[in-house]
Design a protein around this ligand. Structure first.
Ligand SMILES: [Zn+2]
Length: 311
């Protein structure tokens, strides 16, 4: 039994669990071993949290080709992170996207089908968002909202795994996910979002733009269609860090952000370009720190959970 942890740079570190391994079952739901307290304390020591904390996680990576991320830019290999985000907030914890579903770590082709030939997931069972929440002391029952940027397969890992959460999505995206065009159908895994007993909240595109989740200006949605019909990005306003713009897949990478690439998967290139322009204006107006959706180099520059957070 290996324990997977992350060092201060967000790199994976595997160690033998030793004697605690006998207490662990093979189930992914088995409790994780206690983390050595020195690791997280070391990076947070001396910090008085503002009470609102943004954690940047990932559920592994996808091995793909450049053209599948940057339209028409070639066959070379390209490996991208699969980020997701957790926000601790006094009015309830919030998960954004949740990365890949846990099933991907167990049987990727069984869960995703032939799409793994284009986007091959590299994910351990321990990388699922529920267990990663527990690593920073968040009980899944305490998660009040799951915000969905869109419903592509590398963003739907939280749905159905937080029993008290309302799931917030654009109505246009939800409806499209059940009846996508042929070219994007592989990106929607119905088993992830077509589940009984879910509590959905639907947003209305331009009519609900800049929806303020708690009414305190901390978490806002920004309607950014193009990559997917009902894509939305998020503006997080943190007390100490200031504004953080999570573009998600409205800008996969800094090349997309800088108008040097269109998405390899897109329903409207014109809308995708308009959405980047809209987000660039938001970033200009607010001075936000910009976090792109799947940029391997940009992603390396941020403070990573579970060791660190923004507040
Ligand atoms: Zn996507």
């Amino acid at each position: 039994m290996k324990i997977v942890e992350f060092d201060d740079k967000g790199q994976r570190v595997e160690t033998d669990a030793g004697s605690v391994s006998s207490s662990l079952g093979s189930s992914s739901l088995a409790p994780r071993p206690e983390r050595p307290s020195r690791a997280p304390e070391a990076s947070r020591r001396g910090r008085n949290s503002s009470g609102i904390e943004l954690y940047m996680f990932q559920t592994g990576t996808l091995r793909t080709k450049l053209k599948y991320i940057k339209m028409n830019q070639g066959e070379s290999d390209f490996e991208i992170p699969v980020p997701w985000f957790l926000i601790k907030h006094p009015m309830g914890n919030v998960v954004i996207d949740g990365g890949n579903a846990i099933e991907v770590a167990i049987d990727k082709r069984g869960h995703w089908g032939a799409v793994v030939d284009a986007y091959d997931p590299v994910m351990d069972v321990a990388d699922n968002c529920v267990d990663q929440c527990k690593m920073v002391g968040v009980d899944p029952h305490s998660v009040r909202y799951v915000l969905q940027s869109h419903l592509h397969l590398d963003h739907t890992g939280a749905i159905g795994h937080f029993p008290n959460a309302q799931i917030v999505v654009q109505r246009r995206e939800y409806e499209y996910a059940y009846d996508p065009h042929w070219f994007s159908s592989g990106a929607y895994i119905r088993a992830d979002f077509d589940r009984p007993g879910l509590n959905w909240k639907f947003l209305g595109g331009e009519y609900t733009d800049f929806y303020d989740l708690f009414g305190d200006g901390v978490i806002r949605t920004i309607f950014t269609p193009g990559h997917a019909p009902g894509h939305q990005s998020f503006l997080i306003n943190l007390p100490k860090t200031g504004p953080v713009l999570l573009t998600i897949d409205a800008a996969y990478t800094l090349d997309h952000w800088e108008n040097k690439a269109l998405p390899g998967l897109v329903v409207s290139s014109a809308e995708a370009a308009d959405s980047v322009a809209k987000l660039r204006q938001v970033a200009k107006d607010t001075g936000a720190m910009v976090v792109t959706g799947h940029d391997p180099d940009n992603w390396k520059t941020f403070l990573k959970a579970p060791h660190d957070f923004y507040d």
